[in-house]
Design a protein around this ligand. Structure first.
Ligand SMILES: [Zn+2]
Length: 463
């Protein structure tokens, strides 16, 4: 067949190539149009315009199930025009119906290939980009991704991360991902969500065509209707609409998303407790010379993951941030003094003299009363040995200390006593707690000093 210059038959923006088979100028001839699909003869019609209308109608009809897709006649369809004396077409309607029936309608879609093999089809380039982004976002946060992409773009070195922080260092899909515009069967086009779930889990969906039964779908995908039911527990397989998405496979991940992060952590460095003997500390007493503290080590890890599963963790950096400080405790070796100095310390924690020594209500008040103290501890006024401790009539709970140099002191009205008879009590040693036991009208300490059995005014001895 000799082919002449082509004219173009436009079908809703898509092209069917029309080629004239013979020169037009021969008179008395009428045209017929032969339609081929990828070399396969579909039939002939006598009216180009009718063919175009039939194609449009078929696209409109198919569109109902694929609203979001851009549908066109298969690009491989072409129309060849021929001029004949007598048309062999007897019934133009029938011929048109037959051709329209066979005319393949495709979606203008975008393929996503994994290692060169088309894995999924989405509706356009935008959906393709979104699919790749969503695959990554299955394993990193939007903030991480945005920060990392910005770092890649600007080439800026990142600021050091703080303790407890992580940072995305690398993100890659192990397989080669590529995309291309492609005409495909509309039922093969997935939504972004479906494409992502296919790439990450191998979940594949089929969109039911008009009139397609569960049995037909099962056969098409080499499954049983039972398999279909298991994969689609919420779907009524006896009645579903054209365009319904039906899961037909779950084959495991098709891509491997590799993520590398760094993570900075702090670890404690234990400190020791060192005990030292000290001759300035009394026997039985301990003094903390240095409180000490644990040290801190900063460890930065490089963590690798594949599809969310950790595949490795190595230490990338390690440094001592704070040295530990040992705790130092002094253990006393100094013998307890039991002989007084003759100089007395104030036996309470603050307070004031509410009653001095002297004549009171016709009787001698043998000591001083100390009231309104800052704290309640009662302390030995000088070194000595406890001579008596316990309840004693109007004194209530009282302690008597023999200073072994002729002096004795009495501490009365205590609410509780901390020492025992015979115990050595250095100056300042706590004897008990201020109270109001015995004959007392309120919280106070009654304190007496005597020398060789004669009471003295304590204020003359307190230094
Ligand atoms: Zn008193």
């Amino acid at each position: 067949m000799k082919l002449a210059a082509a004219s173009i038959l436009l079908v809703t923006g898509f092209e069917i190539n029309t080629v004239s088979a013979k020169p037009i100028e021969e008179s008395g001839l009428e045209p017929i149009y032969h339609i081929y699909n990828n070399g396969e003869y579909l039939g002939a019609v006598s009216n180009n315009e009718s063919l175009k209308a039939a194609a449009e109608e078929k696209i409109d009809h198919t569109q109902a199930a694929y609203e979001e897709l851009n549908l066109q006649v298969d690009r491989r369809v072409n129309v060849i025009e021929e001029k004949v004396f007598a048309s062999p077409i007897s019934n133009d309607h029938e011929a048109l119906d037959r051709v329209a029936e066979a005319l393949p309608i495709k979606a203008e879609a975008f393929s996503l290939s994994v290692d060169g093999e088309a894995a999924v089809y989405v509706k356009d380039r935008e959906a393709y980009n979104e699919t790749i982004k969503q695959v990554k976002l299955a394993f990193v946060s939007p903030e991480e991704l945005a920060e990392w992409e910005e770092r890649l773009e600007t080439g800026k070195a990142p600021a050091a991360i703080g303790v407890g922080e992580t940072r995305l260092m690398d993100l890659a899909i192990a397989q080669k991902i590529s995309g291309a515009s492609q005409q495909v069967d509309p039922s093969a086009v997935m939504t972004v969500d479906q494409a992502v779930s296919y790439l990450l889990k191998g979940e594949r969906f089929h969109r039911a065509a008009s009139g397609e039964s569960a049995q037909l779908i099962a056969e098409e995908f080499d499954m049983t209707v039972e398999d279909l039911k298991k994969m689609n527990p919420n779907l009524n397989l006896a009645a579903f609409e054209a365009g319904t998405s039906i899961k037909v496979a779950e084959e495991g991940p098709k891509v491997t998303v590799q993520v590398q992060r760094e993570e900075k952590t702090a670890k404690a460095i234990a400190n020791k407790t060192i005990t030292k003997k000290d001759k300035n500390v009394l026997i039985g007493e301990k003094k903390v010379k240095e409180k000490g503290r644990a040290g801190e080590r900063h460890v930065t890890y490089s963590i690798r993951e594949e599809n969310g599963q950790r595949t490795g963790r190595t230490v990338s950096k390690e440094a001592v941030a704070k040295d530990p400080v040992d705790r130092i405790v002094l253990e006393g070796t100094k013998p307890l003094p039991s002989v007084g100095t003759g100089k007395f310390a104030w036996p309470a924690e603050g307070g004031y003299i509410s009653s001095g020594r002297g004549e009171r209500w016709g009787r001698l008040h043998n000591g001083i009363d100390i009231a309104r103290p800052d704290g309640l501890a009662i302390k030995s006024a000088d070194h000595g040995v406890v001579k008596a401790a316990g309840a004693a009539g109007t004194f209530g709970n009282r302690v008597v200390v023999d200073h072994k140099n002729g002096y004795e002191t009495i501490y009365a009205h205590l609410s509780s006593i901390d020492v025992k008879v015979g115990e050595k009590v250095p100056k300042g040693k706590k004897l008990g707690v201020m109270g109001s036991t015995g004959r007392s009208t309120g919280l106070h300490l009654h304190f007496e000093v005597s020398y060789k059995g004669v009471t003295k005014n304590p204020l003359n001895y307190i230094k």
